[in-house]
Design a protein around this ligand. Structure first.
Ligand SMILES: Nc1nc2c(c(=O)[nH]1)N[C@H]1C(S)=C(S)[C@@H](COP(=O)(O)O)O[C@H]1N2
Ligand SMILES: [Mo]
Length: 198
């Protein structure tokens, strides 16, 4: 059942709404386990695995180019939200500063609290992916993953780790938290890749 805040669109708005999704103008919070609370100056983003190891702190992230993008987001629990506005560091701008081992083909995002989710490098290195610290011009709230989360808008939103603390580069695709629990390894909403047998 869709609640009153969710609306089945009459059409897919020119291909923007994936199959099986309803639109919401609210911003639901989807978190497995507790919300993590910590200050921006406690942010540490560790680069591990098949890359020159590095730890980026808040000032390092703010010293990189800052980008604001408007994107649609799609949760596997059937809600989509159009035109969300995020500010942060493009993943491509971060990658330009890293030394990756050529054997790296995938990356694991890890969060404070233990959440994890995997991506191929191709899905990770897209120009619209952001390490986001700001939503709609305001500091990203803790429940939505502040101080720092990833936003990977072309995949279901479980592929966007909140409270991001580590990017581990890997030579193989390894399942993260939901992927170990029955969700799809890639999670393309337009192909309805919800569960591992989709
Ligand atoms: N660390 C962490 N990141 C997470 C999750 C989580 O439980 N923990 N949930 C994921 C899921 S299933 C979704 S739909 C989005 C929800 O983001 P939101 O709460 O900002 O809407 O965060 C994703 N990232
Ligand atoms: Mo989700």
């Amino acid at each position: 059942m869709l609640g009153k805040f969710f609306k089945k669109p009459d059409d897919n708005l020119g291909g923007r709404v994936p199959p099986g999704q309803a639109l919401t103008s609210r911003f639901p919070v989807l978190t497995y386990g507790p919300v993590q609370h910590y200050a921006a100056d406690a942010v540490e983003l560790k680069i591990t695995g098949l890359a020159e190891p590095r730890t980026l702190h808040w000032a390092d992230l703010l010293a990189l180019p800052q980008t604001t993008l408007t994107t649609d987001i799609h949760c596997v629990t059937h809600w989509s939200k159009l035109d969300t506005v995020w500010t942060g560091v493009r993943v491509t701008d971060l990658l330009a500063t890293l030394e990756l081992d050529p054997r790296a083909t995938h990356v694991m995002q890890r969060s404070v609290g233990g959440y994890s989710t995997n991506l191929s490098l191709e899905d990770f290195a897209r120009p619209e992916n952001l390490l986001a610290h700001t939503y709609d011009g305001q500091p990203l709230s803790a429940e939505h993953g502040g101080p720092l989360r990833l936003v990977v808008p072309h995949l279901y939103f479980w592929k966007s780790a909140k409270w991001l603390t580590e990017l581990e580069f890997m030579a193989a695709d390894t399942p993260g938290f939901w992927e170990k629990n029955g969700y799809h390894m890639r999670g393309d909403p337009f192909a309805e890749q919800r569960y591992d047998d989709d």
